[in-house]
Design a protein around this ligand. Structure first.
Ligand code: CA
Length: 514
């Protein structure tokens, strides 16, 4: 009798399991590289229309203050995987190798029954772990004809080559996975990650001549002379004026194109280049900067346009298949970017344009369409948010916060009001001094700790951050308050006490120990 009842129980449970559909939401995380708010029309429509990214904002929420903890490619990705600051996840600068054996949110979702996949740019050096399927660019990846590495939890990693435009290839692979590889019995978490619009901004065949003949507005700070700030702003190597090479400016064609790709490329660029070279000798220095700016920004926008098209295809597919209602779609980028502000291209600084990433989220039935948030949120929060969406327990050692209450329009009363930033990559590309800092969204304190210099900005009065008030008596109280807050946050996040003691400290006089 007892045996019989046990068998009955097993049968009943099996039937229940089979009948109970797993209704946990799917997660599609769309991620780009170096895409700033200034080139996304839901934030700023002066340069480009991105109708498909805007769909996510219109149907969901736009975060105006999504700050990254360390504004550079690999570190941002490692923060997202782990929900931990760089000094704890171990990936503090590009060139590091991500320790894939540590706890990551894809692993936790996978163990909890989610089907997990990552397609596109990975850029953490070590082979992805915790994904049923991965198909990722090798390293940084080229804009055309990329080699990619595919595999998964139960498959050895293998390399294969492709012919075509990388943005389109990543978009097609994402659709293919949704169509052919998705397990309809399980919820899924899909990371759909583009290389674009990373340097050096090579447009796809469809947009090679798009924006020709148009003038893109110049930012107010294009001709910044770096006065009234600490010394690092003047000592970087990321100026449009000086530091762009011939490949950046497309005065030389990419060297990995097929004959057909090269033909289309040259037909688009050669006439424009010939016109520029013919008049270059008679142009003023200012006119040359303006020409470079137009060339650069248009190529960047062309790359964004192709990304937006692929997002439209994925959103359409989710709708057509009836998946959209139970799928959370997130759009973000690994940091922001300078579209000529301060005369720059690139990222790295704690200044607004690169500190802020775009963050758009739609979740039908949960997020009020058209919501806008000014709360301080971060890429540090993504891991916990995804776990919370899936109803998976959040480990205590993650350092962010779940955004789910904010998505429901219920910001907790103790939500963070200040934010900690730390950039480490010096010496390194573009020579940006190491710095950490704190902002409350209205004021910002930056410490260039190897140089014993600092900056303080009043973002309301000086949104372009052109005039540091670090030594202004009027702001002495504010500086003191933010210095105390910086210390508090460093203790809270378990930042090593003396960053000068790190083994990869810069060489040279300024970096030497006393
Ligand atoms: Ca990046």
């Amino acid at each position: 009798m007892k045996i019989l009842s046990t068998i009955s129980l097993v049968i009943v449970l099996s039937i229940m399991t089979a009948a109970a559909e797993d209704t946990r939401p799917n997660i599609v995380f769309i991620f780009t590289d170096d895409h700033c708010q200034q080139a996304l029309s839901a934030y700023d429509a002066t340069r480009i229309a991105t109708p498909n990214m805007d769909r996510i904002a219109e149907e969901g929420i736009k975060f105006n203050r999504c700050y990254v903890t360390n504004g550079i490619c690999g570190p941002s990705r490692a923060v997202i995987q782990t929900g931990k600051h760089s000094h704890l996840n171990g990936f503090i600068r590009n060139g590091n190798t991500f320790d894939g054996s540590q706890q990551t949110f894809p692993k936790l979702l996978n163990v909890a029954g989610y089907q997990t996949a990552v397609i596109g740019k990975w850029h953490l050096k070590s082979t992805p772990q915790g994904f049923d399927y991965f198909d990722v660019l090798v390293g940084q990846g080229p804009y055309y004809n990329p080699p990619m590495l595919y595999g998964g939890i139960e498959a050895e990693a293998s390399k294969r080559s492709h012919v075509g435009y990388t943005t389109d290839i990543i978009g097609e692979k994402t659709l293919d996975w949704l169509k052919s590889d998705r397990d309809p019995e399980k919820p899924f978490m899909l990371m759909f990650q583009h290389k674009a619009p990373h340097r050096n901004w090579q447009p796809g065949p469809k947009y090679l001549t798009w924006l020709d003949g148009q003038e893109i507005p110049e930012p107010a700070t294009l001709f910044d002379d770096y006065s009234n700030r600490a010394s690092p702003a003047a000592n970087q190597t990321m100026e449009i004026k000086t530091h762009m090479n011939e490949k950046d400016l497309k005065l030389v064609a990419p060297n990995n194109l097929t004959p057909d790709q090269a033909k289309a490329w040259n037909a688009a660029y050669e006439p424009k280049n010939e016109a520029y070279i013919a008049k270059r000798g008679s142009m003023s220095e200012k006119e040359i900067i303006q020409w470079k700016y137009q060339r650069y920004v248009k190529d960047y926008l062309r790359c964004v346009k192709s990304v937006d098209d692929t997002i439209g295809d994925v959103l359409d597919y989710l709708e057509e298949e009836g998946l959209a209602d139970n799928t959370v779609v997130i759009y973000s980028s690994d940091q922001g970017w300078y579209l000529g502000e301060h005369g720059w291209f690139d990222k790295r600084w704690m200044y607004e344009e690169s500190l802020k990433a775009p963050l758009l989220i739609k979740w039908p039935g949960v997020i009020e369409p058209g919501s806008v948030s000014n709360d301080i949120v971060s890429n540090l929060d993504f891991a916990q948010t995804f776990l919370d969406i899936a109803g998976v327990r959040i480990p205590d050692d993650m350092q962010g916060e779940s955004l789910v209450p904010l998505l429901k329009g219920e910001t907790p009363s103790d939500w963070r009001t200040t934010f900690y930033y730390h950039y480490y990559e010096f010496p390194g590309a573009h020579s940006v001094a190491r710095h950490f800092g704190v902002t409350d969204g209205e004021h910002k304190l930056i410490k260039y700790y190897h140089l014993n210099e600092g900056e303080l900005f009043d973002l309301k009065k000086d949104p372009g951050e052109m005039n540091s008030i670090y030594d202004s008596p009027e702001y002495a109280g504010k500086r003191k308050e933010l210095e105390a807050e910086l210390e508090r946050l460093q203790a809270f996040y378990q930042v090593p006490e003396d960053p000068m003691r790190r083994s990869d400290q810069p060489r040279g006089k300024k970096g030497k120990k006393n």
